[in-house]
Write a protein that binds this ligand. Structure first.
Ligand code: IMP
Ligand code: MG
Length: 170
């Protein structure tokens, strides 16, 4: 199997800096609860928040929809929740990739009923061709074609998350 590079470490750093600027602007002078979706969103999220110059409170949520397959399903289950109370707080949900959209839409709706002050979403990658829901992510790193990508948090059967760049197999 051959690796085809999609985004180098430098490409990712550039995207993260641009996104951080946008997020800094959106939440200027305010506190922000950043919720990384585990496990895939964790690499991206921890790099991203290092570039935020606002007060950040980090928390995590594990959602499952993929189970161990490449296909997503509309049944998104929360396996572990955030510990923080988000009522009247600014919240940013961060994930690795926006694919069918089921995961982000479900978590957004789950948080929305808890009445946060402002609720926004951020993903590193977006695969618009795969979308199954009518939902817009606020901060998007890069749109990609319908490719199965791994690295930098993105996995195939649990592996390749630690690779510092993003690639496809052929
Ligand atoms: P969605 O619910 O279909 O939008 O799926 C989002 C989740 O699917 C992401 O958090 C990833 O865990 C996973 N996913 C979607 N596309 C890929 C991919 O190309 N590689 C690895 N994981 C993916
Ligand atoms: Mg994931």
């Amino acid at each position: 199997m051959q690796e085809n590079l999609l985004l180098s470490k430098e490409d990712i750093e550039e995207i993260n800096s641009r996104l951080a600027k946008e997020i800094n602007e959106e939440f200027k002078g305010e506190e922000l609860i950043v919720v990384a979706l585990l496990k895939g969103g964790v690499m991206f999220c921890t790099d991203l928040i290092k570039e935020l110059d606002i007060q950040v409170y980090l928390d995590f949520l594990t959602a499952s929809s993929y189970k161990n397959s490449e296909q997503s399903s509309g049944n998104v289950e929360i396996l572990s929740d955030v510990r923080v109370d988000i009522k009247d707080k600014n919240v940013l949900i961060v994930d690795d990739i926006f694919d069918t959209g089921y995961t982000m839409e479900s978590i957004y709706k789950y948080f929305e009923i808890k009445e946060p002050k402002k609720l926004k979403t951020c993903v590193l990658l977006d695969k618009p061709s795969r979308r199954k829901v009518d939902f817009q992510v606020d901060f998007i790193g890069k749109e990609i074609d319908d490719l199965f990508v791994v690295g930098y948090g993105l996995d195939y059967e649990g592996f390749y998350r630690n690779t510092p760049y993003i690639f496809t197999f052929s």
